[in-house]
Design a protein around this ligand. Sequence first.
Ligand code: NAP
Length: 463
Amino acid sequence: MKRIVFCGFRGTGKTGVGTIVAERTGLPFLDTDAIIEQQTGRSVPDIFHEDGEERFREEERKVIAGLPESGAVVSTGGGVVTDPVNMMHLRKDSVIIVLHAGIDTIEARLIQKPRPPLTNLPLREEIAAMLVRRQQHYQAAADFCIDTSETTPEAAAAAVMDLLARGSIPAKNRAPCTAFFKSGRIPPKCMDRLLAVLSDNPPDPLTRLAGVAGYPCAHSRGPFLFNALFARYGLDYHYTWFEDPELDEILRVARHLDVKGLSVTIPFKQEIIPLIDEVDEHAAQQIGAVNTVVFSCGTARGYNTDWIGVRKPLAGLKGSKAVLLGAGGAAAGAAFALTDLDMDTTILNRTPAKAKAMAERFGCSWGGLEDFMNLEPDVVVNSTPLGMNRGDRMPVDAALLKKEMTVFDLVYTPPVTPLIEAARKAGCTTITGTEMFIGQAKEQFYLFFGIDVPEEKIRELLP
Ligand code: NAP
C-alpha cells in the first residue's frame, strides 16, 4: 500500500485523523515532529526558537529522508510544505492529504490545546499570517484535501478512507468526459494511458490528471516532459492535452475530472483570468496573463511563470537596451521580465496600437515592426509566432542583426528557428525558446507539486 502522508496547518487534525487512518489501514503511524524530538532529545519549539527555522528544517529533512517508503501513515509538521526537498521525499510513491480548516476553527482548537507560538503576533494574527504565507505551498502539496472545520476526526478519517478507495474523480464523470479527448490529436500511446485513467475500473483510482489547455495545443511538448518528471519523482499523475476552442468547455472537463493543474497557452492566457478564483498578485495580475492554474482545496489559483522563463537567461544583461517583438500573451510576461531587469525596452508589433497599450502598462517605448531599423538594441526578444511554420517570414530583417546583440526567440518549435539561425550567422549570442520553456516549466512544476526540479534534470528529460 502507498504511504499516506498528512500535511496541514497546526490544529487541522493531522495527528487525530492520521491515528485513526493508521488503525483502519493497519499501518504504523509516524509523526515526524515526534521523531525529531526523540532523535534530538529537544522539543520542536526549543529547536525553532534557540537555533532557528533552518536548523529545524535540517533535522526535519533527515527524518523525512529516512521514513519508510511504503506501508506507513505519516503526520508532518505544519511548515514541511515550504521545503522543496522535503516535498520531493514525501511525494515519492505516496498520497499526500492536506487537512485544512477555517481560521475560527483553528483558533478555537489552539486555544483549547495551547502550543508554543511560532511568531510574536497574537494567536489569531499569527494563524492568519501563516496561512497566507503557506497557502501556495499547501495547495502544491495536496493530492487531496479534506476540510476538517465542521467534522470529527472519525468522520474526517472515514472521508480519507473513502477517498483512498475511490479516488476523487466521480464515477459518473468518467465516461462523459472521455469523449472530450477523442479528437484524434493525442498520440495513441498517450491516449491509451489516459483512457485507462478514465476507465470505470482504473488501474489506480488515486491517479490524478493535469494538462495543457489551449487551442491549438497538440504541438505542446509539455505532456512528455511532465509525464517523465512524474516517473522520475514517483508522482501518481498523468498529464495530457486539453485542446478545445472553448475555454469554458476545457474548464468544465477539468473540474469534472478534478485536475490538479493546467498549463494555459494560446489563446486563453487572458480569457482565463475572470474564470478562476484567485490570481497571484505578484506577477500574474501585473502581467495580465495566466499560464498556470493550480486547482487545490476547492480553489483555482492562477500564476504566470512565462516571465521567469524570459528573465532567467537574460539576468546577466541588466540595464541593457531591449527590443521586444510582438505584443501578445507571451510578450506581456517578457515585457514584465525586461523591465524587471531595468532594461530600456521598446515594444514593436504588427498592430502598433497593441504595442502602445502594452508599452504604457510597462513604461516602455513602442512602434511598428519596421521601426527596428532605427534601433540598435543590445537584446532582441521575439515573442511573435513567426518561425513556427515553414515559410514564415523573419520578424526582423536578418541584415539588421549585429554581432553585439543577444537574440532570444521565444518560439520553441522548431528548436532552432530561422531567426536563431540568422542571428548565429551574424555572430550574435543566441537563446532559444527551449530555455524559456525550461524556466517556465520548472516554476510550473514547483507551483503544481512543491518540488524544485533542477534545470539539468528538465533538460535531460526534455522530449
Ligand atoms: P499571441 O498572444 O497570439 O500573440 C502573438 C503576437 O505575435 C501578437 O503581437 C501578434 O501581433 C504577433 N503576430 C502574430 N502573427 C504575426 C505575423 N504573421 N506577423 C507579425 N506579427 C505577428 O501569442 P503568444 O501567446 O504571445 O505566443 C507567441 C509565441 O511565443 C508563440 O510562438 C509561442 O509558441 C511562444 N511561446 C513560447 C513559450 C516558451 O516556453 N518558449 C511560452 C509561451 C509562448 P498582432 O497584435 O498584430 O496580432
